[in-house]
Design a protein around this ligand. Structure first.
Ligand code: HEM
Ligand SMILES: *[C@@H]1O[C@H](CO)[C@@H](O)[C@H](O)[C@H]1NC(C)=O
Ligand SMILES: *[C@@H]1O[C@H](CO)[C@@H](O)[C@H](O)[C@H]1NC(C)=O
Ligand SMILES: *[C@@H]1O[C@H](CO)[C@@H](O)[C@H](O)[C@H]1NC(C)=O
Ligand SMILES: *[C@@H]1O[C@H](CO)[C@@H](O)[C@H](O)[C@H]1NC(C)=O
Length: 531
């Protein structure tokens, strides 16, 4: 047994070592200690940042901090917020810093099945992304017979009749939920074909069911996303921070998506597959399925999950991506459309100006269709309209639907925003909400001004494009941006060719806080009028 004095000396040494490791080093000696701190406590603990996240004030807090402290701020013992281009976006995102566990905790589907969005390992990620990058590329989207045929059906048979009815009856409509429905239907029609994909525009009950399950889980995501270990521990102790019904809601949504994948699989493995008309072709599903079949001739071992649910090859791997993509599609594009209609509804003169541009399309998107053989104009022409483009671009800037931090981890010692010697393993993130409000790049940043994209000089435009971050940047940039822009532009074009809109109730149009974030009031009531 050691003598008491030896124990005391050992105890003192242990305390001194702890004081050095947890207080002196992080607060005074670590290279991170030189960086402006969000709060004195962040040098030693993550309590402050977790509290900010838990109380849903991350955006507001981060925005104010950067205004006062410059482009880089320490948010925790091993966490930085960085909002600038040089030494920021360029180093972290173009430079390919890996994603963090945040994505696994939040975006893995079917329990343990990864997908393109959440893979951390760069080889696994790039193998998956290469499978899908062609079908999502701008040239393929704009030339796709499936996208063209389904766009016409969704606009003419589902969406425009609703606005016509509102104009005829002088009854206002709640467009926010309809925007989610349109975004989902338009995306899933490309993903799975018109018949297998959703019909949330017309099937209001199904739409409500889906959106309720999808969004009601949101308040609980903090626990599993930001403090997963603690949450798992509490669960073991019998304390559920995330209620059972939240897990059940996730399972219900996953099963809904899996059922749709099974239908696409049945179609593609049937003898009739080759004669499927473009409008019914599951364009995205078919590509991932075919790429896996090719890759699986020599299966890479990390990709072959043995799971009784894999009733046909890659059933869950494909479903995990498909789920992630349609979830990404309806929320982001739906929010964007709502804010765009809101801004347009405040500006009758701009609506008129846009309509004049839209009427130059050949043929214009007139409703009802002027003849039985009517086809939509060339999607490339829709895409190239300058005012339509500026209006959408400005909405994606001012009302960015992924406003929150996109976390990455430093891969080794690096320099950020002028600070050297930042060690590996530090969580670093930028936020589009902050980047899009740099007054040197976007003067009067709170103002929604489409003309800023039309009047800028070449140099100004280049700088604006570097700081524009609605879809992220680098190797993990959004893969769905072209199909999203395609479907949003078609809806906007179809509406403002034929109708004008005025606001009836826009209470709560301000943006919520979050990684993805829509209008706080979750609604927008508009009256439609015939031109
Ligand atoms: C207005 C519409 C959209 C916006 C604003 C948007 C925004 C973003 C952003 C900011 C990221 C980067 C996120 C991060 O790194 O944390 C991202 C990634 C991604 N988005 Fe989108 N998105 C939109 C539509 C879509 C659609 C329609 C799809 C369907 C395929 C999609 C699928 C993805 C995927 C798979 C990634 C991950 C890419 C990777 O890790 O390589 N998004 N999106
Ligand atoms: C630091 O954070 C604590 C807890 O949120 C807060 O009470 C305190 O006012 C903050 N201090 C500063 C200087 O911001
Ligand atoms: C973000 O923070 C700013 C500044 O505090 C605030 O005006 C704005 O409403 C916030 N937006 C969101 C999306 O929370
Ligand atoms: C969740 O699902 C399980 C299994 O289907 C069921 O037994 C349970 O009652 C559900 N719980 C809630 C709260 O919905
Ligand atoms: C569609 O647009 C044209 C011309 O802009 C207009 O004459 C027509 O009334 C519109 N259709 C509806 C249903 O309002």
């Amino acid at each position: 047994m050691p003598s008491p004095s030896v124990s005391i000396i050992a105890g003192i040494a242990l305390i001194a070592a702890a004081v050095y490791k947890f207080i002196i080093y992080p607060a005074f000696l670590s290279p991170l200690s030189k960086i402006p701190a969000a709060n004195w406590s962040v040098h030693f603990s993550s309590l402050w940042i977790n509290y900010i996240r838990y109380t849903n004030v991350e955006n507001a807090t981060v925005f104010e901090l950067h205004k006062n402290k410059g482009p880089i701020v320490r948010m925790g013992p091993a966490e930085l917020s960085v909002n600038c281009y040089e030494g920021g976006l360029k180093t972290i995102y173009t430079g390919g810093f890996p994603k963090t566990e945040f994505y696994i905790n939040r975006f893995m589907n079917y329990g343990n099945i990864g997908n393109m969005f959440c893979f951390i390992d760069s080889k696994t990620h790039s193998t998956r992304k290469r499978m899908l990058s062609n079908i999502y590329s701008k040239s393929v989207v704009l030339a796709s017979p499936t996208a063209r045929a389904t766009s016409k059906a969704i606009l003419y048979d589902r969406l425009l009749p609703i606005f016509q009815k509102s104009s005829d009856s002088k009854n206002a409509i709640e467009v926010h939920s309809l925007d989610y429905a349109y975004a989902m239907d338009a995306f899933m029609a490309y993903q799975f074909g018109l018949d297998i994909g959703s019909n949330f525009i017309q099937d209001v009950e199904k739409r409500k069911w889906y959106l309720h399950l999808f969004f009601s889980r949101r308040p609980y995501l903090f626990w599993t996303t930001e403090v997963p270990t603690f949450t798992a521990w509490m669960h073991k102790l019998g304390i559920r921070l995330v209620p059972q019904w939240v897990d059940n809601a996730t399972v219900a949504l996953e099963n809904w998506n899996l059922d749709i994948c099974d239908k696409a699989e049945a179609l593609l493995s049937s003898p009739a597959a080759a004669s499927t008309p473009a409008i019914s072709y599951p364009a995205i599903y078919a590509v991932e399925r075919a790429k896996f079949q090719k890759a699986d001739i020599k299966p890479p071992p990390q990709m072959t999950a043995k799971d009784p649910r894999q009733t046909y090859p890659r059933r869950l791997d494909i479903a995990s991506d498909m789920y992630d993509h349609n979830a990404a599609a309806h929320e982001t594009s739906g929010d964007t459309l709502t804010w765009l209609y809101y801004e347009m509804s405040l500006r009758p003169a701009l609506q008129k100006q846009l309509r004049e541009e839209l009427l130059t399309l050949d043929p214009p998107i007139l409703f009802p269709a002027p003849s039985a053989h009517f086809e939509l104009p060339d999607p490339k022409k829709v895409d190239a309209l300058p005012l339509l483009d500026a209006i959408l671009q400005e909405t994606l800037r001012r009302w960015v639907s992924v406003p929150g931090g996109q976390p990455r981890v430093t891969p080794g010692v690096c320099s950020l925003a002028g600070y050297d010697g930042i060690p590996g393993g530090v969580r670093v993130q930028s936020a589009a909400y902050v980047l899009h409000r740099n007054p040197e790049v976007f003067p009067d940043p709170e103002a929604w001004k489409p003309e800023r994209w039309l009047d800028a000089s070449v140099d100004e435009l280049n700088e604006m494009r570097r700081w524009f971050w609605a879809f992220g940047s680098g190797g993990r940039m959004c893969i769905g941006n072209n199909i999203a822009i395609h479907s949003m532009k078609h809806a906007i074009a179809a509406i403002y060719t034929n109708f004008t809109t005025t606001i009836v109730d826009a209470e709560g149009i301000e943006q919520d806080d979050g990684f993805t974030a829509g209008p706080k009031g979750n609604k927008l009531w508009l009256q439609f009028h015939h031109v």
